[in-house]
Design a protein around this ligand. Structure first.
Ligand SMILES: Cc1ncc(COP(=O)(O)O)c(C=O)c1O
Length: 403
C-alpha cells in the first residue's frame, strides 16, 4: 500500500509538538524551495538560521558525496580526519584551544553547562554550582538546557528541574551584580537572543559581565548556536564585541544543514575533563564534519562575511518600503542576517498570522515570539531573491492588515 504523503498525515502520525506550514517542501536550490505541487517559495527562514549557504550548495553536495564513499561513522572509540580538520579550523579562527563535537545546539549547551559546573566543582568547591542566565533566553530542549533558558512556557510541566539556576533581565548589569557570588560557576548568554525576540547584548553589558565573571571565578558561556557561524557578519558574534568567552557553543549553520554542533573552550577549562566524563555516539561524525568543513571554508571568507551587512541593508530597505505602505513595523532588531522586525502595537501577538499568510503568498519567514517577524536567510541569498521575496511579503502584509 502506498500512503498519500500529505500534511494531514503529519497530524495523524507525528508527535503533536509542531504546527508546520500547510505545504510540504520537497526540493531546494539556493534560496528557493519547491513543494509537492511544484509551487516555488522564496526562503527567508533558512531552516532557522541553519542553511547559511542556501539549499543544496554544490560544494556541500560534493563534500557529502565524497565522504559518503569513504566512511560514514566510526563512533568516538575511534577518531576521524574530517573531525580533526574541522576542530583545527575552529581553533585557528577563534579563542578556542579545545573542541567537543555534538549533534545539536541543545547537546552542545548541555556539554557547556556540565563542563562549567564540573570545572567549578573540581577547581573550587562542590557548592560552586550557580548558573546565571537570562529571561527570554533559549538554549535548547533537554531538561538542563530548557531550565537554563529563560522561558517558563518551555520548562514548566516536566517535574523537578536542575537546581541552582537564576534568571535575571538581559542587558541589566545591576541585576547580574545582585545575584553573582563566589558560588556562581557560570553566566550563560546569547550575544543576540535568537528565539526571545532578537535583543542584542550591549557592549557595556558584555564587558561588565566579563569583568564580574573574572572577579568571581565564574566562566562566561556564549551560546552562539543561532548568532554564530557568520550570521551576524563575523565568524562568531563575540568577535565584534571584543569580549572573549571561556566556553562557546555553535550549531545550526556549522553543518550547513547537516545536524552537528560544537562546544569550544580553552586548555585550562578543558583540563578538568577526562575520558568517560562526558560523551556522545555521533558527535564528530565524519559525514557531518566533512560537510562542516566545506561550509566553514565558504562561510569564513571575506566575500561571505562582508556580504552579510550589505544584504541586511537591502532587507531593511525593502521592509521600509512595506512599512511606508502599511505601517506594520515598529523597530528592526538583531544583527546582520539575524534580523527581526518588531510589529506595531496593534499587531502584537499576531506574528504567527503574518507567517501563515507569508507561506500562502509563497515566502517562508519566521517569528521570534509573538511580536517579532524573524528573517534568517542564506548568507549568500541573491539580491533578486530578496526583492522577489519582499514583493510576496508585501502581499501577505496587505492581506493581514485588511483581514
Ligand atoms: C541560541 C540557541 N541555542 C540553542 C538552541 C537549540 O538548538 P537545537 O534545536 O539544535 O538543539 C537554539 C535553537 O533554536 C538556539 O537558537
Amino acid at each position: 500500500m502506498k500512503l498519500p504523503i500529505t500534511r494531514e498525515l503529519f497530524n495523524q502520525i507525528i508527535l503533536p509538538v509542531y504546527a508546520p506550514a500547510q505545504f510540504i517542501p520537497v526540493k531546494g536550490k539556493g534560496s528557493r524551495v519547491w513543494d509537492q505541487q511544484g509551487e516555488e517559495y522564496i526562503d527567508f527562514a533558512g531552516g532557522i538560521a541553519v542553511n547559511a549557504l542556501g539549499h543544496c550548495h554544490p560544494k556541500l553536495i560534493a563534500a557529502l558525496h565524497e565522504q559518503s564513499e569513504k566512511i560514514w561513522h566510526v563512533s568516538n572509540v575511534f577518531t576521524n580526519e574530517p573531525a580533526l580538520i574541522l576542530a583545527q579550523k575552529l581553533i585557528d579562527n577563534t579563542f578556542a584551544e579545545r573542541v567537543f563535537f555534538a549533534n545539536s545546539g541543545a547537546e552542545a549547551n548541555e556539554a557547556a553547562f556540565k563542563l562549567a559546573r564540573h570545572y567549578a566543582i573540581e577547581k573550587y568547591s562542590p557548592y560552586k554550582t550557580k548558573i546565571i542566565a537570562f529571561y527570554q533566553a533559549f538554549h535548547g530542549r533537554t531538561l538542563f538546557t530548557v531550565s537554563v533558558g529563560g522561558q517558563a512556557k518551555y520548562s514548566d510541566g516536566f517535574g523537578p528541574k536542575p537546581a541552582d539556576i537564576v534568571h535575571v533581565p538581559f542587558n541589566d548589569l545591576d541585576a547580574v551584580k545582585a545575584v553573582i557570588d563566589d558560588h556562581t560557576c557560570a553566566v550563560v548568554l546569547e550575544p543576540v537572543q535568537g528565539e526571545g525576540g532578537l535583543s542584542s547584548a550591549t557592549p557595556e553589558f558584555l564587558a561588565g559581565v566579563r569583568q564580574l565573571c573574572d572577579q568571581f571565578n565564574a566562566l562566561l558561556v556564549f551560546d552562539e548556536v543561532q548568532c554564530g557561524m557568520g550570521r551576524t557578519g563575523s565568524l562568531f558574534t563575540y568577535q565584534q564585541y571584543g569580549i572573549t568567552p571561556d566556553i562557546l557553543t555553535s550549531a545550526k549553520a556549522l553543518g550547513g544543514g547537516f545536524p552537528m554542533s560544537a562546544m569550544l573552550t580553552t586548555h585550562n577549562v578543558a583540563a578538568v575533563m577526562h575520558p568517560g566524563v562526558h560523551g556522545t555516539t555521533y558527535g564528530g561524525n565524519p559525514l557531518a564534519c566533512a560537510v562542516g568543513n566545506a561550509a566553514f571554508d565558504i562561510i569564513n571568507s571575506p566575500e561571505v562575511l562582508e556580504g552579510v551587512s550589505k544584504r541586511r541593508a537591502i532587507f531593511i530597505e525593502e521592509l521600509e518600503k512595506i512599512n511606508a505602505k502599511f505601517n506594520v513595523f515598529r523597530e528592526y532588531r538583531g544583527k546582520g542576517l539575524l534580523l527581526g522586525a518588531e510589529l506595531q502595537l496593534p499587531y502584537h501577538g499576531k506574528a504567527r498570522d503574518f507567517l501563515t499568510m507569508a507561506a500562502e503568498c509563497k515566502v517562508m519567514i519566521l517569528n521570534a515570539g509573538p511580536n517579532v517577524l524573524r528573517f534568517t536567510p542564506s548568507l549568500i541569498i541573491p539580491e533578486e531573491d530578496i526583492k522577489e521575496g519582499m514583493a510576496r511579503l508585501a502581499k501577505a502584509v496587505e492581506k493581514v492588515v485588511n483581514s
